[in-house]
Design a protein around this ligand. Structure first.
Ligand code: ADP
Ligand code: ADP
Ligand code: MG
Length: 480
């Protein structure tokens, strides 16, 4: 019987996964909430199940998703990223129902989703990491512990939600006074955002690079890495631009980080695809940060430089196949850059622009560009979800060629209706510090001029007007 896989997600990642399922010759089942009635992932799937009115609550409803999977007779569920992807109860519910969860076991997800437990496992395996605390005790005792840490290691320090993710629940604290108030605030926030009020402290790594390593592991414990990614271009601890491989000049160091990532995965009994995240300081010391137990948004850059289809491999591993290749078979070739094209107005503090209709959509094409998105001309972006529209990934033989290609593709990209991050990336790609390849997580705050552009007067805008005339003004004067 043809295998059936349910995709418990929406947007670009649902489509990405459906493509892999269909390429394998399996049946892809989508799920959706009412605000997604017009969504593309429902149209491209072979079957679709309505979960409820949402918004978000039904995509997050374990019982409803499992019920949908049983109803259609799904053999497996791919959770994508976000929503239920890192919820150990969801993986457990799949295990208990006999549905294959495409990811690691609920136990591994539970251990690694808790940053303090993950740090303990890594400390036992001698993986390098910054000094930090256990979960702070409740009430004033916790504040005392925090203050003692600050006195011992100095400021600034990082107050982190133990169950945090997606760049949320992280606060940098500059001094003891601030710390005394922030512990309570962070705890309340963590409770509201993650339904878990545990917080802990890490020493801040000053102006670090974020370097992460893609891991694949089969059920027999064979574990390989697919090289590194640089995700230092961040805003509010959230990634905007990702690059493969890391541009750190000392390639021996990068190899060492990759080997450490494999050790970290083994220490956690890791299975399936995952990402080990590190911070690298300016003296090139590196520190473990966390392991994400799912496919990462930025997996595309790794696919472009290794040729390995990570989502296809995830599915095959979950269905019991062994890794078909060894570490030495993985060859990194060229460079890839992904930019997250979000419906946001960079000039207005990156305010979401959702709720708007896409009036013109024309994507770039040609050599070396890949698009993972879900928008189409005439589509109204629902307001209820995140603002990622399309991931544009460009590939090139050298770093310079890749940057040149990114510039060309951004200049060819027309989206009107919602404002997007495209003009911001056009400024970025022309920035000499970006072009140098040597940047850290402070890049965006130290380059405020990136939002200084005139979208109306741009070349892209002229192209947009031309396309709008052809499509909407009816006179066909630029017939093609
Ligand atoms: P999340 O689970 O939200 O992804 P992470 O622990 O991976 O959280 O941290 C996200 C980002 O926050 C990092 O990429 C980095 O920019 C910043 N960050 C986290 N911990 C530290 C630290 N100890 N020192 C400096 N920056 C940090
Ligand atoms: P497939 O999914 O193509 O039937 P595999 O299970 O062998 O085959 O491979 C899973 C992924 O790993 C695919 O993206 C494939 O391109 C990649 N791959 C397979 N063999 C090798 C190899 N020797 N070196 C590098 N990558 C490989
Ligand atoms: Mg992270």
């Amino acid at each position: 019987m043809k295998k059936k896989i349910l995709v418990a997600n929406r947007g670009e990642i649902a489509i990405r996964i459906i493509r892999a399922i269909q390429e394998l010759g399996y049946t892809a089942v989508a799920v959706y909430e009412t605000p997604d009635n017009d969504a593309l992932h429902i149209r491209v799937a072979d079957e679709a199940v309505w979960l409820g009115d949402g918004p978000r609550t039904d995509y997050l409803n374990i019982e409803k998703v499992i019920k949908a999977a049983r109803k259609v007779g799904a053999d497996a569920i791919h959770p994508g990223y976000g929503f239920l992807a890192e919820n150990p109860d969801f993986a457990k519910a799949c295990e208990d129902t006999g549905i294959t969860f495409i990811g690691p076991s609920s136990e591994v997800i539970s251990n690694l989703g808790d940053k303090v437990t993950a740090r303990r496992i890594m400390a036992e395996a001698n993986i390098p990491m910054v000094p930090g605390t256990q979960n702070l005790k409740a009430g004033d005792q916790g504040v005392d512990e925090a203050v003692a840490f600050g006195a011992k290691y100095g400021y600034p320090i990082m107050l982190k939600a133990t169950a945090g993710g997606g760049g949320r629940g992280i606060r940098r604290v500059e001094n003891e006074d601030q710390l005394r108030t922030e512990v309570h605030v962070a705890r309340a926030e963590a409770k509201a955002a993650f339904n878990n009020d545990n917080v802990y402290i890490e020493k801040v790594v000053l102006t670090p690079k974020h370097v992460e390593v893609q891991i694949l592991a089969d059920a027999k414990g064979k574990t390989v890495h697919l090289g590194s990614r640089d995700c230092s271009i961040q805003r509010r601890n959230q990634k905007l631009v990702e690059i493969a491989p890391s541009l750190i000049e000392d390639r021996k160091l990068v190899d060492k980080i990759c080997d450490t990532a494999v050790q970290a995965a083994k220490a956690a009994n890791y299975f399936n695809a995952g990402t080990v995240e590190f911070l690298v300081d300016k003296d090139m010391n590196y520190y473990f940060m966390e392991i994400n137990t799912r496919v990462q948004v930025e997996h595309t850059v790794t696919e472009m430089v290794t040729g390995i289809d990570i989502v296809r491999t995830q599915i095959k591993l979950a269905l019991g196949k062994e890794l078909a290749f060894n570490q030495e078979d993985v060859q990194i070739r060229g460079f890839a850059i992904e930019v997250r094209v979000n419906a946001e107005d960079p000039q207005n503090n990156f305010m979401p622009e959702a709720g708007k209709k896409v009036t013109v959509y024309r994507s770039p094409g040609g050599y070396g560009v890949r698009l993972d998105g879900f928008v189409y001309q005439g589509y109204t972006i629902p307001e209820d979800y995140d603002s990622l529209l399309v991931k544009m990934t460009v590939f090139g033989f050298s770093w310079n060629e890749t940057v040149d290609r990114l510039r060309r593709c951004l200049a060819n990209y027309v989206i009107t209706g919602p404002k997007t991050t495209i003009p911001f990336y056009l400024k970025l790609v022309n920035d000499p510090d970006f072009q140098s390849g040597d940047f850290d997580t402070s890049f965006i705050e130290t380059h405020p001029e990136l939002i200084d552009y005139d979208e109306q007067g741009s070349e892209v805008n002229k192209l947009a007007r031309l396309i709008a005339e052809i499509h909407f003004e009816g006179e066909n004067k630029y017939a093609i």
